[in-house]
Design a protein. Structure first.
Lengths: 121, 121
């Protein structure tokens, strides 16, 4: 009736880089896991904060005026409206927390952009 | 400008069992860390889901008709309105995600109940 998930095991569902999968929900926020390698695309989410928690590896979050390096165990909230570009030199596993309304790559659309439906599959 | 936190290091602020400290925020949800030992009190949050993620140790979540054992790395959302009682036989470190409106022990008030102000201090 109240299934629990193991965070690391939840990454078994992830087969492609930059393709988040929804693994949980708390109130109106979705928990998603993703494996990252390389860089995504510069984008912003106009109305949604986005939290990154590094489960494995290291992520470099580029902002327009600064860079924040996130190591395993670190978490960071990218505030709504702030342009950012996540870059992983090596494979990195992240937990994301964001509302269902969040567009994967904001207003940018690339061949890496994943719909919510794809993230739920 | 965009400070990151280390999840384990965030527990340095916690000095008492069952006394959560706010360590982050994403949209309208607060991230809190707490060290648990023993049991809290049976309670429910009428309007708020509450997510538990086990950073260290093991937590037994008692429900009225079942029990879920959460080991390190597990996460579980307790849906709004569901009565629950968290029990830790040994010290357990948890990350909680819940809205600022969430009362620590729901409608129950005990000497362990902590206000949001205390959780922010």
């Amino acid at each position: 009736m109240f299934p629990a998930n193991d965070l690391e095991a939840a990454f078994d569902r992830v087969t492609d880089y930059w393709s988040p999968k929804v693994v949980g929900k708390v109130n109106d926020q979705l928990l998603k896991v993703a494996k990252l390698k390389g860089e995504l695309v510069w984008h912003a989410h106009d109305s949604e904060d986005e939290l990154f928690y590094i489960v494995k590896g290291e992520l470099r979050m580029e902002f327009e005026d600064s860079v924040t390096v996130l190591r395993q165990g670190a978490f960071l909230t990218v505030p709504k409206g702030v342009r950012h570009n996540p870059v992983a030199d090596e494979e990195c596993w992240v937990l994301l927390i964001e509302p269902a309304s969040t567009l994967h790559t904001g207003a940018e659309v690339t061949d890496r952009t994943r719909s919510l439906e794809e993230q739920l599959s």
